[in-house]
Design a protein around this ligand. Structure first.
Ligand SMILES: *[C@@H]1O[C@H](CO)[C@@H](O)[C@H](O)[C@H]1NC(C)=O
Ligand SMILES: *[C@@H]1O[C@H](CO)[C@@H](O)[C@H](O)[C@H]1NC(C)=O
Ligand SMILES: *[C@@H]1O[C@H](CO)[C@@H](O)[C@H](O)[C@H]1NC(C)=O
Length: 525
């Protein structure tokens, strides 16, 4: 009798433990602004289980809403009719025969601010932040952008070699941000991931002694012209970064030539920069950077050099100038774009660039925004999440192959940043309390990154555009995953429910309710 009770008790304990280790952890909500953040402590942090393959007669719906849900999962049978009291009707038709671009990936950036922020937490929480982004129970990022030396999101302006005229770079050395923070975190993220991560890097400014204005910020470029000792030394300086990280175990996927090159023409630009025109970028690439990297084993076959890395209003002219040059084009695999100029240029500019150079990919390499002054981190701000989600989907519907967010985390003021350019990030860390907060933008990223692994392909969906490609508040896109699953992503920023009838021309029709202000990722096999 005693024995069997004990066995029963043990069985219950075992089952309970097995369950809690398996099941996704729920969000600990803390209301802020129009929505809420999910609070993560050492004891609790919300997770999302790896996606499952289902039978062919059901559709899985993952939903995050301004009103209360975060990756809530439900399953619906095809043909099921939902009743909603007030709804606008929508019809979407999926056409698998139409295939567009392949997905490269989604991710965020290891800036100094992000890496110091992660490092300000306990070891256990550092692990949790990186698993939230890169882990199987996280949003499964596949991309990481690494900052070469300092940017505005550093404690101070610096480079790796501050000894003037040190042509052989004998005084080149990494700083604590590399050795103690970025490198160990990149290694840990790779360890937590299921796939080979795509790491790429970008430099904000060369050492000041290579620049015309002898400063990291303000207007200025490299002395003389591509092919000169100044450009050659800068290429060697960049190579040393890749080699140093490689020696520490980091594998590289690619780089951009220069972060936001056009800012270097602004005489009062406040933070680290270096001016490049499309012509100097082209000539630096073909005379100095491309050959230097190739000789060291970073070849056009295994290493992706991206041009521009700035706003799309500079397209298609900027990239076209480089891609039209056969020697430069051999090294240039694609175009990096930032979202900051979007208000002054239509997303249709990517259609033009793709039509001119269909063999070169377009990849979003940076985006961030903030709440108003005094509240830059925008905790719980759903609108920021919507801005992310709409921009990502808009880009994907116009040939962009993936999307990289800026700082993975920031602190409670939206920094550190040596010029006080404080911003929001999908995760905000509170070092004092040893906890972190997942903003709505974290879930906006996850509705893409978790569902669209690299090599997913965009497929046809009608209507392509509802009213205006740059401002639709209801948008949908369709994709085929490498495992054969079909993903439909629907972003609704309208105040009403949307009763959406989805027809897959090869299969069936399903009617689903899409809540007001919601991100929805649908998956079926
Ligand atoms: C959706 O399709 C159905 C059936 O073809 C049609 O009756 C309905 O009017 C359509 N709704 C919209 C909003 O186009
Ligand atoms: C390297 O740094 C040391 C110490 O600051 C300095 O004395 C030396 O001149 C530098 N070497 C070069 C080649 O700039
Ligand atoms: C949310 O962020 C947006 C910027 O994207 C800003 O315009 C808005 O004022 C913020 N909302 C609140 C309540 O702070």
């Amino acid at each position: 009798m005693f024995q069997s009770v004990k066995i029963l008790f043990l069985t219950i304990v075992v089952i309970t433990i097995a369950k809690s280790a398996d099941a996704a952890q729920k969000c600990q909500k803390k209301p802020h602004h129009d929505s809420f953040v999910c609070v993560c402590t050492e004891k609790r942090c919300d997770t999302i289980d790896p996606l499952k393959r289902t039978d062919n007669d059901v559709i899985q719906i993952y939903e995050s809403t301004r009103a209360g849900k975060r990756f809530a999962r439900r399953i619906q049978k095809f043909g099921y009719n939902v009743k909603v009291l007030y709804a606008e009707n929508r019809n979407l038709t999926i056409d698998r025969k139409q295939k567009f671009q392949e997905i490269i990936g989604f991710g965020g950036s290891f800036s100094d601010a992000a890496s110091l922020g992660i490092g300000s937490l306990s070891k256990k929480l550092q692990h949790q932040v990186l698993s939230a982004y890169y882990g199987k129970k996280g949003i499964e990022y596949s991309v990481g952008r690494v900052v070469i030396a300092g940017s505005d999101f550093s404690n101070r302006p610096y480079t790796y070699d501050e000894s003037p005229w040190d042509w052989n770079l004998v005084n080149y050395s990494f700083v604590e941000e590399d050795t103690k923070y970025k490198i160990p975190q990149l290694l840990l993220a790779q360890e937590l991931s299921n796939i080979k991560l795509k790491y790429f890097a970008s430099s904000w400014a060369p050492p000041a002694w290579l620049k015309t204005n002898n400063k990291l910020n303000h207007g200025g470029g490299l002395h003389e012209a591509p092919g000169s000792i100044f450009y050659k030394t800068y290429a060697k300086y960049l190579l040393k970064f890749f080699d140093g990280y490689k020696a520490a175990g980091i594998d590289w996927w690619g780089m951009t030539i220069q972060n936001e090159p056009a800012t270097g023409f602004d005489p009062w630009f406040p933070w680290n920069t270096c001016a490049f025109s499309p012509e100097t970028e082209r000539d630096f690439l073909k005379k100095d950077l491309g050959p230097t990297m190739e000789a060291a084993g970073y070849t056009p076959e295994n290493f992706n050099i991206m041009v521009l890395d700035h706003n799309r209003n500079l397209l298609p002219a900027w990239a076209d100038k480089i891609f039209k040059d056969p020697e430069a084009s051999r090294y240039a695999k694609g175009t990096g774009v930032h979202w900051y100029g979007n208000a002054v240029s239509s997303v249709k500019i990517y259609d033009d660039l793709h039509a001119l150079h269909p063999d070169k990919f377009i990849f979003a390499t940076e985006a961030c925004t903030s709440g108003p002054d005094g509240d830059r981190t925008g905790l719980g701000n759903w609108t920021i999440g919507e801005e992310y989600a709409h921009d990502i989907l808009r880009d994907l519907k116009h040939w962009v192959t993936g999307w990289t967010d800026w700082n993975l985390v920031l602190d409670m003021v939206g920094g550190p940043n040596w010029v006080q350019n404080y911003q929001s990030a999908p995760i905000i860390v509170n070092a004092e309390k040893n906890e972190f907060y997942k903003n709505p933008s974290f879930y906006a990223m996850g509705h893409f990154s978790k569902f669209l692994p690299p090599k997913s392909v965009r497929i046809g969906i009608l209507p392509e555009i509802i009213v205006n490609p740059d401002s639709d508040q209801f948008q949908a896109g369709a994709f085929e995953r490498p495992d054969g699953g079909i993903v439909v992503i629907i972003i609704n920023s309208r105040d009403a429910n949307q009763l959406v009838t989805i027809t897959d021309t090869e299969r069936w029709t399903v009617k689903i309710n899409v809540e007001p202000h919601s991100f929805n990722s649908l998956l079926y096999y």
